[in-house]
Design a protein around this ligand. Sequence first.
Ligand SMILES: *[C@@H]1O[C@H](CO)[C@@H](O)[C@H](O)[C@H]1NC(C)=O
Length: 259
Amino acid sequence: MDLQQVYLAAVVLAALALTLADEEAKKLWDRLDHLDPNHDGVVTQEELKNFAFWERTKDLREDAAEQWDTLEVPPGEKLTFGHYKEKSYGEDFSEDDDLGPYGRTVQQDHARFNASDQNKDGALDKEEFLAFLWAEEYPHMHDIITLETMEDLDKNGDGAISFTEFAGDDEGVMEDSVDHMEFKESDKNQDGQLNHAEVKEWLLGPTLKEDDERVATVLSKLDKDEDGKLTRSEIEADPEVIETLMYEEDGGEYLHDEF
Ligand SMILES: *[C@@H]1O[C@H](CO)[C@@H](O)[C@H](O)[C@H]1NC(C)=O
C-alpha cells in the first residue's frame, strides 16, 4: 500500500465507525421512544420515572396478556368478577373453606377486583387487570394489599399485628432473630405492634423507592448542567447510564446493573 491507499483506508474506516455509532444511537433512540413521549427534546424526572416503570413491568404486561387469554374474555369485552370467578375457581370450590388461585378468599379477591376497577364501571379493562394481578406496582392498590396482609396475620382481629402474629407461631422466638429485628424496625412508633401504615411501609416501601433511586442515580450521572432534566446530547454522552433503567426482555435483569 502506498501512502494514498493508507489514507483512503483510514477515511473509509472512520466513516464506517461513524455509521456504526449512528446505528447504535438510532437503536437506542428507537428503544427510548417513550422516554420522551411529548417529543419536546428534554426528558424530565417524571418521564424518567415513567420510563423506568414501563421497562420494569414489561414481563408483567406479557404475563397479564397471557392470563387475559386464558380467562377467555370475549373480544372487545371487559372482565367481570363473575367471569373471573367462574374461570379461576375450581368446579367444587367451597366459598367457606377454599382459597382462589392466588391464595386469597373470594371476599379478598373481590375487594382487590373492586380496587382495581378505577373507573368503577363494574369490570376491568386490560390496564385495570394489570393492577389486579400486580398490585404491588400500583400505589393506588397498596392499601388493599396491606388490608389483605393484615387480615391474614391479625389472628385476634384487633386491627394490629403483634410480634407473635408477625412471626406466625406461638413458639418462643429468640430476641435476636431476624424476624424480631424486622419487626422492631417496622414498628416506627415502638408501641410493640404494627398498625396499617407500618405494615404498608414494611410490605411496599422498598418497591416504591426502587425506581426513585435508579432515576436519581441516572440524573446524578448524566445531568451535567444540573437543571433536573436530560437533553438528548446529555444522554448520548454516556448511553450506558440510561441502560441501567432498561430491562432485559426475558431475563428480568437490568442491562447494566451497577448497584
Ligand atoms: C365489590 O363491588 C361490588 C359492586 O359494587 C359490590 O357488590 C361488592 O360488595 C364489592 N365487594 C367487596 C368485597 O368489596
